[in-house]
Structures are given as C-alpha cells and as structure tokens.
Design a protein around this ligand. Structure first.
Ligand code: FAD
Length: 317
C-alpha cells in the first residue's frame, strides 16, 4: 500500500515508522532482522531502507595507486523485498540521483515494480568525499526533482527508450526530503522551500524531514510550506542522541543545530549509557509534542540500532 494511503486510512491517528541502513558489505541480513524484530510490535505500516552511493577507494598495487569503486552498504532493493516478505510490511527504498545513470535508475525502479514495492524516496544524494560539490553521474539527474519526474513518467508508462502498455504501468508513491533548518547548499530557507515546492509540483506525494531536535523549527517549517501551497503530508524524521560524539557529529553531518538544553544535559553525562538515556528522554518529549500536534507519522532514524527507538515507542505509542 502507498504511504499516503496508510496515512489516509489512519484517520488522523499518528503512525509509527522507522528508517534502517543496510548491513555493511559482507554482513548478514540477520543483523537487520534482530533490530527490526523488537519494533514490529508498534505496527509500522512502512519501513525505509537507505541507499549509499559508491565511493572511490585508492589501493596501492605494485607501487601504483589503483582506484576501486566500492559501495559500503549495498542491496537496498533486495533488503526491501526481503523485509516486505518476512514481515508483510511496506518498504520504501531510497533512490539516489548521485552514482546512477537514468538507465540504471530505470532498471532499479522496474525491479521495485516487479517486487511489489509501491513507495520510493527520491533523493539527490551528497557529493562524494573527494568532491567539493555534488556532480551528477554520466547523464544522471542533478537534482531530486528530475528523479521525481522520471518516476512520474514511469507511472504514466513512459520509459526512457520505450512506451509500455497502459495496463503495465508503475504506480509509485513518491517521498522527497525536506529540511526544517534548510539544506546546507540552499542560499536561504525560503529558496529551499521553493525547491521543495518544485519537487511536489513535479509529483512528490509526501515529504520526510531531515532530523531536528527543536520541534519549533519543524512547526515553523510546516507553516511556511503550507503558506506557499505545499499541501502533501509532511512527516517529521527524528533521532535520539546516543553517544557524546553526536554533539559534534550530528551538526557536522546533517547540518542541524542542537538546542542548548540538550547540549548541556549531554555534557553533564559521565558515560555513554547516561547520554543514551538523555537522548531517549529528549526524543520522548519531542515525540509527545509532535503527536499532540497531529503529525501523520513519527518517523525514527534508527541508524541500525533499535533498542533506544523501542524504549521511545513504548513511552509514546
Ligand atoms: P534536492 O532536492 O535536489 O536539493 C539539493 C539542493 O539543491 C538543495 O539545496 C536545494 O535547495 C537545491 N536545488 C534544488 N533544485 C535546484 C535548482 N533547480 N537550482 C538550484 N538549486 C536547486 N542520502 C543518501 O545518500 N542516502 C539516503 O538514503 C538518504 N536518505 C535521506 C532521507 C531523508 C529523509 C533526508 C532528509 C535526506 C536523506 N539523504 C540521503 C541525504 C540527501 O541525499 C542529501 O541531503 C542531499 O544533499 C540532498 O538531497 P535532496 O533530495 O534533498 O536534494
């Protein structure tokens, strides 16, 4: 079922969902199942699975540097199919512009369609570690909006080099990313919101936000989005702080602010066990306020670890 149908069927009740990352190359999928199992009691209607793009690794070979392409966490579509089958839950593969040609994207979407996957998150991806700015790959999309358009074309039976029969069209529900604290590259939040509106106008059905730790930023973002005519569901994505290093890591990687109260509570912690508890309590408060505000879904970034999400869900749902 489509994410938007799940939201509609819930009739105003806030749903629980979460995002997982594929296991590292070579690891077993059992590791993922062990993390998903405890969260299934909260009845997630859908689970997101992230995608990593390829990275270059330089290896010395006979005194020369050899460039090798690697993808640390492959298998997003296969993992989506496995989870869907094992738990009878909808899965949402993240589809990236970066690292993929339009043809490769089309093959991936055709696979999703065959596997009965009805939702996809359309994302641009980031620049690779050796690049200063994002570069599209070999005729791939420069912005997520182009990817939304490609998926919409498939929904209408328009393939890149072919037109298929009307009764064999894809019918993907498309999610896109939104940034309550603006995307790092956007010159202003207002401009970033206009870009988000362009993705929605191109056919995106719902928005999932980047993580935030101050609900006010989310509420202001939703209001500003509504003011410019973004009328699709906006799903808050949230994550509990879990280790002291998150104080530096989360702002650095996700370009977000941490509230002063959270920072000082974490700084006072003697061990990471204490930090984890602070993170859980903060996230419970955030979740309860968002729930009271009637958000359609509370979407948790699990980063492969479910025990703190489980503690939060037990207190909230
Ligand atoms: P876009 O919507 O293309 O926007 C990128 C930037 O370009 C923004 O600053 C926007 O304002 C600007 N822009 C858009 N259109 C134009 C235009 N026409 N002209 C000029 N500027 C423009 N990354 C992964 O690698 N894998 C994942 O699985 C993944 N999952 C994510 C899930 C969520 C919910 C979120 C919020 C992010 C996720 N990301 C993931 C990170 C994402 O790929 C990065 O944040 C990336 O830098 C931007 O992606 P986007 O889809 O928002 O890009």
């Amino acid at each position: 079922m489509k994410v938007t149908e799940h939201i509609k069927n819930a009739g105003g009740k806030t749903l629980f969902s979460f995002e997982i990352i594929p296991p590292k190359k070579g690891n077993s999928i059992q590791e993922l199942y062990n993390n998903i199992d405890p969260l299934m009691e909260f009845n997630p209607p859908f689970i997101d699975v992230t995608t990593s793009r390829e990275e270059y690794v330089y290896i010395e070979k006979n005194g020369l540097l050899d460039r090798k392409i690697t993808r640390m966490r492959p298998g997003t579509v296969g993992i989506c199919a496995a989870i869907k089958h094992k738990y009878d839950v909808d899965t949402v593969p993240h589809v990236l512009c970066g690292g993929f040609t339009k043809e490769e994207t089309e093959y991936l979407l055709v696979d999703c369609h065959y596997l009965g996957i009805e939702n996809v998150m359309a994302l641009r991806g980031d620049a690779m570690s050796h690049q200063k700015y994002f570069e599209a790959s070999n005729g791939g999309h420069t912005y997520a909006k182009g990817l939304v358009e490609q998926i919409q074309n498939l929904n209408q039976g328009k393939y890149l080099h072919d037109v298929i029969e009307a009764n064999n069209k894809a019918d993907f529900c498309i999610g896109v990313a939104g940034y309550p604290e603006k995307h790092i590259e956007a010159p202003s939040l207002k401009t970033d919101l206009k870009r988000l509106k362009e993705k929605v106008d191109a056919g995106a059905d719902y928005v999932v936000t980047q993580m935030f730790f101050d609900n006010q930023r989310f509420f202001e973002f939703v209001n500003a989005a509504k003011e410019i005519g973004i009328d699709v569901p906006i799903i808050p994505g949230i994550k509990p702080v879990a280790v002291k290093r998150h104080l530096q890591l989360l702002p650095q990687v996700f370009k977000i602010d941490l509230p002063e109260d959270l920072i000082s509570a974490v700084e006072k912690c003697k061990t990471n066990k204490d930090v984890r508890q602070v993170g859980i309590e903060w996230c419970i408060q955030q979740s309860k306020e968002l729930l009271a505000a009637g958000v359609p879904v509370l979407h948790y970034y699990s980063m492969g670890k479910s025990s703190n999400i489980q503690a939060i869900a037990e207190a909230v749902f």
